[in-house]
Design a protein around this ligand. Sequence first.
Ligand code: LLP
Length: 431
Amino acid sequence: PTPGFAYVGGALHAEGVPLSRIADAVGTPAYVYSTAGLEANWHAYDDVLAPYRAKGLGIDICYALKANSNLAVIRTLANLGAGADVVSEGEMRRALAAGIPADRIVFSGVGKTPEEVAAALTVGIHQLNVESFPELEMVSAVATRLGKPAPIAIRINPDVDAGTHGKIATGRKEDKFGIDLSLARDAFARAKALPGLQPVAVAIHIGSQLLKTTPFRQAFGKVAELVQVLREDGIPISRIDLGGGLGVPYRPSDAEPDHHSYVAAIFETVGHLGCQVTLEPGRSLVASAGLLLARVNFVKEGLHRRFLVLDAAMNDLMRPALYDAWHTLLPVEEPSPASPLSPVDVVGPVCESGDTFAKQREMPPVAPGALVAFLTAGAYGAAMSGTYNSRPLVPEVLVTGDSFAVVRRRPSFEESLALEKMPDWLSPTPA
Ligand code: LLP
């Protein structure tokens, strides 16, 4: 169905590895990533960019770690040529630990702390993307104290409706992100006046899961106009950061995003400015390269509904509960084409009704104990998972060819408890 995952001989495989083998080795639930899938997603951008690079356009792909911050995933993308976009000191440390040099790391985020800014400047970060006037003052103060000038972008809010889910649209005037376009000149003037700041870039990010390129084109056009104006103001803008990448098809009916038209939109809007362009795709590099493997605990026949009760839950894959997101669910054992489909509610064991992956999903018959896989779960899956109901974080497995490796193991219950401590007014054993 997606690069890296396919039925082979009646069983769903990750590349050359049957998923049942992975379930035997690490148990379920588990996230499984395909190296070939990551490579295909990387090349979908990189191959389209190649001719533009040949024409002299400098473009850097800084993978947005928030989509999947597993070290092996980051390293795989880094080996292909990715830099990193990070939004916390934790992500910055992961990028560095995976081998991405500081001068290829962009630090974004609307609420950085002085400690994070200091850590970023100390390692020699490529760029801090600043999102407000108070943040300009803070970065200036930290940079001055450390004696390390801060290369900054100012993220502007272009007021473009990206036409995506409200919780992941970020470029409308009512969103918390960036500085209003009409205040951009003031912000850059302030940045120029403050000590310790080197305002070198304009940044935007209008939202995630965009399947059409029109909103991108609209926003990039506004960036280009602003760069001209700023240059007339005497601010030497040499870089542009265009934010996150394309959306991905989740439903069978979703359109395939068009990398050619996306890259053409970049080249046609900002290509003439001679700026170094940074892209920060997350989802499109990792989503299709990962799945969540789970087991059916029970098939529960209610009077009104049939439920597939899985061993995976909303804490493992939050997207359906949070955004009503659709993730295609496949039985690991290939159903015969003649199998009748019938509607089921696919749920997890967590104690709230929001713990529902799909309602009235048309599925072939699936037996209790069967393995199933949620597709397109490589982005914002493990990265957003938690331990609600004291469920340990699930392991992550990376496949290449016929081999697989556990790239994050399941913590033991003892490890999960080890961070906690009774205060001294409570005796270590119950009274
Ligand atoms: N750059 C910035 C500044 C961002 O805020 C984001 C995503 C990205 C890059 C990466 O965007 P992408 O290429 O992945 O679209 N948890 C949500 C998605 C939240 C996206 C947040 N920002 C989900 O599961 O759909």
